[in-house]
Design a protein around this ligand. Structure first.
Ligand code: NAD
Ligand code: UDP
Ligand code: UDP
Length: 315
């Protein structure tokens, strides 16, 4: 049994991670400022003897005693991270410094939730961990991409300079229940639009690709990474190599939800990557892991979640 801090624990991935860690017998301290997360995601854990919840912004110092830290605090969808871009960079950079300072003081192992966005709009395909990326430093996505890149730099410098026990995972697009219904990400947008019978908004020509990983697969890899031997730092890609165009995704969602939504085309946001697919050779080797949930099965679970959520909100 360990005392584990999860920052961003009331968010989509963080709340599933809290569930998983408690199920595995650990004590969990969930820290969140509720910027994009919600108490609804962790309401079922309140009162559990192994669960503690703290409202706190990771850009401020945090003094607690823990054995391990999962640092997930950071808005992940472009709509949210572009809402207050300065705060987004602060969350990644000051948040990383504070959590690393905490890890250093209490000698805790610390894992950073990094992102495939560190590769930017990549010129190699699929992306391997050794690829340095092609990121615009001054664009509208930079607050997120560069913030996450700087957080990785800090993690590796604390490792080199202070011998900190770090782990860095680069997460590719992940979806599942508890995504925020209005967060603007493509899976939640398409499902919510289809369930409401609204137009499905395709940005650009819909030929850009993404690879979608179901949340359960992602958490399996993330927790395995946390348990790897000291000295194995990553970075390591986690994602599902199955690659789809946004048009294919829209058609799949429509087919599963039914209804009469039409596809409409809207302008492509600037700096939107053309294609993205993880090379997961390293994860296969080091974690003995690969994703198991097919897109169609994961979408069914996610659709069922949003169906209930929308019905509750109407009630
Ligand atoms: P999310 O927005 O649902 O969760 C982020 C959580 O962090 C929220 O609960 C939010 O309130 C909290 N938060 C934001 N700023 C904070 C701050 N300053 N202090 C404390 N809490 C703060 O997003 P998610 O999809 O669950 O993403 C979790 C992590 O995984 C993020 O770091 C994200 O960058 C990373 N990630 C996610 C994906 C994905 O596809 N979901 C892909 C790559 C990386
Ligand atoms: N910090 C924290 N909790 C701790 C220890 C440190 O939030 O338990 C913060 C502290 O505010 C500091 C940052 O982490 O600004 C970096 O700490 P470190 O010890 O690396 O640097 P220093 O304190 O020397 O600036
Ligand atoms: N997208 C879309 N319609 C939407 C929302 C997003 O076509 O309603 C596109 C978006 O332009 C991008 C892809 O879907 O090419 C994935 O977007 P998301 O914001 O989910 O993730 P990211 O771009 O950060 O990978």
């Amino acid at each position: 049994m360990q005392r584990i801090l999860v920052t961003g624990g009331a968010g989509f991935l963080g709340s599933h991670l809290c569930d998983r860690l408690i199920r595995d017998g650990h004590d969990v301290l969930c820290v969140d400022n509720y910027f994009t997360g919600s108490k609804r995601n962790i309401a079922h854990l309140i009162g559990h003897p192994s669960f503690e919840l703290m409202r706190h912004d990771v850009t401020f110092p945090l003094y607690v005693e823990v054995d391990r830290i999962f640092n997930l605090a950071c808005p992940a969808s472009p709509v949210h991270y572009q809402h207050d871009p300065v705060q987004t960079t602060k969350t990644s950079v000051h948040g990383a410094i504070n959590m690393l300072g905490l890890a250093k003081r209490v000698n805790a192992r610390i894992l950073q939730a990094s992102t495939s966005e560190v590769y930017g709009d990549p010129e190699v395909h699929p992306q391997q961990e050794g690829y340095w990326g092609r990121v615009n430093p001054i664009g509208i996505r930079s607050c997120y991409d560069e913030g996450k890149r700087c957080a990785e730099t800090l993690f590796f410098d604390y490792h080199r300079q202070h011998a900190l026990d770090i782990k860095v995972v680069r997460i590719f697009n992940t979806y599942g229940p508890r995504m925020h219904p209005n967060d603007g990400r493509v899976v939640s947008n398409f499902i919510v639009q289809a369930l409401r019978g609204q137009d499905i908004t395709i940005y650009g020509d819909g030929q850009q690709t993404r690879s979608f990983c179901y949340v359960d697969d992602l958490l399996e890899a993330m927790t395995r990474m946390m348990d790897t031997e000291a000295g194995f730092t990553g970075p390591i890609n986690i994602g599902n190599p199955g690659e789809f165009t946004m048009l294919e995704l829209a058609e799949k969602v429509l087919q599963l939800v039914g209804g009469r939504s039409q596809l409409v085309f809207q302008p492509l946001p600037s700096d939107d990557p053309r294609q993205r697919q993880p090379d997961i050779t390293l994860a296969r080797e080091k974690l003995g892991w690969e994703p198991k949930v097919a897109l169609e099965d994961g979408l069914k679970e996610t659709i069922a979640y949003f169906r209930t959520l929308l019905a509750e909100d109407r009630a």
